[in-house]
Design a protein around this ligand. Structure first.
Ligand code: GLN
Length: 550
C-alpha cells in the first residue's frame, strides 16, 4: 500500500514509536527520560531519532524570551527550537532538523495555507481530521530513516493546547501495529510529610490520560529517591500496568547519569521486549558502554569559570554549561560555572570575576547588561585571564577593543546605540531588508575559513570550521582595518564577514560570531571550549605556583 499523503501512514515500514507524555506538573524531566531511553536503545545498536512537540502557537522558539523558556537552541539547518532538542542531540549524538520540532504554530500555519490554496476541495477544515492528520504526517516524516522515534509531547496531560496532539497519538496508535507503539508517561511521586511516597497524583494523571483513550504502557515516577517496591505495586494496580513497567527516576547529581539509572532498573530491556526489538538488539556484552565511561570519568582537576550574562537562569545558557561540561570530560576537569550578572556588577559579582580562572561572555540580545559585559572583556584582556566570547560576547570584545585600545570613543554596536559615532558592529545588509522578527537572522551552519598559523588554526586543527549561527549584527566591514591593530586579529572569516577574533598579546583570548556550544557533545567537546578550559587550567596552575613561591 502506498504512503497516505495526509497522514504519512505506510504499513510496510515497521518503525517503532515511543510516545512520552507528562503528568501532574511540568519540569519533571520528560525530555531527559526520553533522551535516556533513546541513548540506551542506541547503545543496543538501533538508529534512534526524536521529535519534540511544543503545543504553543509560536511557529518556532526564535522569538521566545530565554527568561521564560530557557535558551533558544539552534540546529544546523537554522531551526530555532526548544532546548530539549539540544538534549536529544547531545544524548543521541545525532544532528536534527527543524522538522523534529512540531509546534501548533507550524501545524496550523501549514493547514491554513493549504486551505487558502483550495487544497481541501471545498471541505470544512477541522482540527479532526486535518490538524491531527498533519501532526501524524510530521511525526512519520521526522522518523524516516530511523528504527525508533521518540516523540515527546510538551506540557502536561490535561492542558487544552495538548489535546489535538494526544488525539493524534491515539489515532496513530490505532493505525499502527501494537508492537510498534509504546506510551511512556512520566509523573511525579512526591513525599508526604510522613515520609511516605504518594501515588495519588500519578493515579489522577493516568486517569486523565485514559479519559482521552490513551493507556500508558510504561510509567516513570520522578521522585527524590527510587520508588519503594510497594509503591510500584500500588501504581501498577491502580494504573493497570504490570509492576515491571513502573520505573523510578530519582534525583541525580548530573542528568547524564539518568541513562545509567534507568538502565539499572531495566527500562531498556522492558521497552525492547514490548516493542519486539530484543532479537535484533546487540547482546548485552556488545552494547556500547562509551556513554557510561564518559559520564563517570574521574575528574582530577577543578576550575572556576565566570559566565557573564544577563539571564539569571541556568537554562538560558544550557548549551554553554553543557559545553563546559564536555570540555571537562575531555580534560578530566570539574568545571564550576560562577554566575556573574552583567547588569548588576556589584562587589559580589566583581569578586567572582576576579576569582575565576577563565571568563565566558555569552550571546544575547538588547542593551541590558552590555556595559557589564564590556567591563568583563576589559578585565580579561588587561589581566591576561583566558577569555571566550560568543556571538554578542564576540561583538562586545570588538567594542571593548575599539574603545579602550584603538581609542574610538563611544564605539558601539548599532543594536545598542544607534547614534554611536563609531558603529563597529552594525546590521547585516540583509537585515535592512526585512521587517519580520521570526526566522530572519543569519541562522544555522555556515563555514568559516581559518588563517593558518593562528590560534584559531591551532584550536580547530584545521583551516576551516562549520558552526551554527544566530545573529543579526556583524563587524562593520568599514572598521576592519582600524580594528586589526594593537593585538587584535580576525583569524576566521566567511567572505568579508568576521567570524573569529583573537589577540596575539594575550595567553588566550578567543571570540566567535557563531555559537560553538550548539555542536558540542559529551564525546566530541567543542574545540574552542576545550582550548579555553586548557588555557584556564594553565592559568590556575601558574597562579597556584605563584602562591607557593610567594
Ligand atoms: N544581538 C546580537 C546580534 O543579533 C548577538 C546575537 C547573539 O548573541 N546570538 O547580532
Amino acid at each position: 500500500m502506498p504512503t497516505d499523503p495526509d497522514t504519512g501512514y505506510d504499513p510496510s515500514l515497521g518503525r517503532k514509536f515511543i510516545f512520552v507524555t507528562g503528568g501532574v506538573m511540568s519540569g519533571l524531566g520528560k525530555g531527559i527520560t526520553a533522551a535516556s531511553t533513546g541513548r540506551l536503545l542506541s547503545n543496543a545498536g538501533f538508529d534512534v531519532t526524536a521529535v519534540k512537540i511544543d503545543p504553543y502557537l509560536n511557529v518556532d522558539a526564535g522569538t521566545m524570551n530565554p527568561y521564560e523558556h530557557g535558551e533558544v537552541y539552534v540546529l544546523k539547518d537554522g531551526g530555532e527550537v526548544d532546548l530539549d532538542l539540544g538534549n536529544y542531540e547531545r544524548f543521541l549524538g545525532t544532528d536534527m532538523t527543524s522538522d523534529h520540532n512540531v509546534t501548533t504554530g507550524k501545524t496550523y500555519q501549514h493547514v491554513i495555507q493549504k486551505e487558502r490554496a483550495g487544497d481541501y476541495l471545498g471541505k470544512t477544515v477541522q482540527i479532526i481530521p486535518h490538524i491531527t492528520d498533519d501532526i501524524k504526517r510530521r511525526i512519520r516524516e521526522a522518523a524516516e530513516g530511523s528504527d525508533v522515534c521518540l516523540v515527546e509531547v510538551g506540557g502536561t496531560v490535561g492542558d487544552i493546547e495538548g489535546m489535538p496532539y494526544l488525539e493524534a497519538l491515539r489515532q496513530f496508535a490505532h493505525e499502527e501495529e501494537d508492537e510498534d507503539i509504546l506510551f511512556t508517561h512520566v509523573t511525579l511521586v512526591p513525599y508526604a510529610q510522613s515520609g511516605e511516597q504518594k501515588t495519588k497524583p500519578t493515579q489522577h494523571s493516568v486517569k486523565e490520560l485514559r479519559s482521552i483513550g490513551l493507556q500508558p504502557d510504561v510509567l516513570v515516577g520522578r521522585c527524590e529517591d527510587e520508588l519503594d517496591p510497594e509503591v510500584k505495586e500500588k501504581i501498577a494496580l491502580f494504573c493497570d500496568v504490570p509492576t515491571e513497567a513502573v520505573f523510578s527516576n530519582p534525583d541525580v547529581e548530573d542528568v547524564y547519569h539518568v541513562p545509567l539509572v534507568v538502565e539499572d532498573e531495566g527500562l531498556d530491556e522492558y521497552v525492547m521486549d514490548r516493542l519486539e526489538l530484543s532479537d535484533e538488539a546487540l547482546p548485552k556484552a556488545e552494547r556500547s558502554t562509551r556513554w557510561r565511561e564518559l559520564v563517570t570519568r574521574e575528574r582530577e582537576k577543578e576550575l572556576d569559570i565566570a559566565l557573564v550574562g544577563k539571564y539569571g537562569l541556568e537554562d538560558a545558557y544550557m548549551s554553554i554549561h553543557e559545553s563546559l561540561k564536555h570540555a571537562g570530560i575531555d580534560t578530566r576537569t570539574e568545571v564550576n560555572a560562577l554566575w556573574v550578572d552583567a547588569d548588576e556588577m556589584n562587589a559580589e559579582h566583581e569578586e567572582r570575576l576576579e576569582q575565576a580562572d577563565g571568563i565566558v561572555v555569552p550571546g544575547g540580545f538588547g542593551s541590558r547588561g552590555t556595559e557589564g559585559k564590556i567591563e568583563a572583556v576589559r578585565y580579561a584582556r588587561e589581566h591576561d585571564v583566558p577569555f571566550l566570547g560568543l556571538c554578542l560576547g564576540f561583538q562586545m570584545a570588538v567594542v571593548e577593543h575599539a574603545r579602550n585600545v584603538v581609542g574610538l570613543t563611544d564605539a558601539h554596536s548599532t543594536e545598542i546605540d544607534e547614534e554611536t559615532p563609531h558603529p563597529v558592529i552594525d546590521l547585516l545588509p540583509e537585515q535592512y531588508e526585512t521587517e519580520e522578527m521570526g526566522g530572519t537572522m543569519r541562522l544555522g551552519a555556515h563555514t568559516t575559513s581559518i588563517d593558518s598559523g593562528t590560534l584559531a588554526n591551532e584550536v580547530y586543527g584545521a583551516e576551516s570550521c562549520t558552526e551554527r549561527h544566530r545573529h543579526r549584527y556583524e563587524v562593520n566591514p568599514e572598521y576592519i582595518d582600524q580594528l586589526e591593530s594593537d593585538g587584535l586579529v580576525f583569524s576566521g572569516r566567511a567572505d568579508n564577514r568576521m567570524e573569529i577574533l583573537e589577540r596575539d598579546d594575550h595567553p588566550f583570548f578567543f571570540g566567535t560570531q557563531y555559537h560553538p556550544e550548539f555542536r558540542s557533545r559529551p564525546d566530541r567537546a567543542s574545540p574552542p571550549f576545550v582550548a579555553f578550559v586548557e588555557a584556564a587550567l594553565e592559568e590556575r596552575e601558574a597562579e597556584q605556583t605563584d602562591e607557593v613561591t610567594a
